[in-house]
Design a protein around this ligand. Structure first.
Ligand SMILES: Cc1cc2nc3c(=O)[nH]c(=O)nc-3n(C[C@H](O)[C@H](O)[C@H](O)COP(=O)(O)O)c2cc1C
Length: 133
């Protein structure tokens, strides 16, 4: 299992993670759930109309954090836009329920992937472990 696959499996199990972005000097955080590994990279999904998308366009630095079964992961890196249709299709195939709201050709659906990223797995009972994505 690659590091990206390990992080994605953790996010899948946690179901909800929290995505932090930066707006000027103000941190912004919100719940997210989408995650997939595509061409070896960890992807998330959003809508271009959302403030989160605008924030990432202006400053791609982001962190996500999720907690599950006594362990938490923090992923730090840049979230970069991938406008390829096939990447959007892959995301909607993983989350068919999203098809009620999103379409690869709607001009809104956006997928982004982590670049220059690392993930740290932590718990109260074991040393933290950091892996490159
Ligand atoms: C459990 C949960 C999972 C969510 N997953 C996503 C997601 O994967 N992508 C997304 O764009 N919005 C998702 N949302 C909705 C966002 O949290 C919401 O649109 C938020 O307002 C976006 O942040 P912004 O207002 O700063 O743009 C989710 C909400 C919840 C409660």
């Amino acid at each position: 299992m690659t590091a990206a696959e390990r992080v994605c499996a953790f996010l899948d199990e946690a179901q909800t993670y929290y995505l932090a972005t930066v707006e000027g000097d103000q941190p912004r955080v919100r719940p997210f759930g989408t995650a997939m590994v595509y061409e070896g990279k960890l992807y998330i999904q959003t809508g271009k109309v959302k403030p989160v998308s605008k924030q990432l366009g202006e400053n791609p630095k982001a962190e996500i954090c999720a907690f599950c079964k006594g362990q938490w992961v923090r992923v730090t890196g840049k979230l970069l836009n991938d406008d390829r249709r096939e990447a959007k299709v892959a995301m909607l195939e993983k989350y068919p329920n999203l098809k009620a709201m999103y379409d690869p050709d709607d001009g809104n659906t956006q997928v982004l992937y982590f670049e220059d990223a690392e993930a740290t797995f932590s718990s109260f009972t074991a040393p933290a472990e950091t892996v490159a994505l």
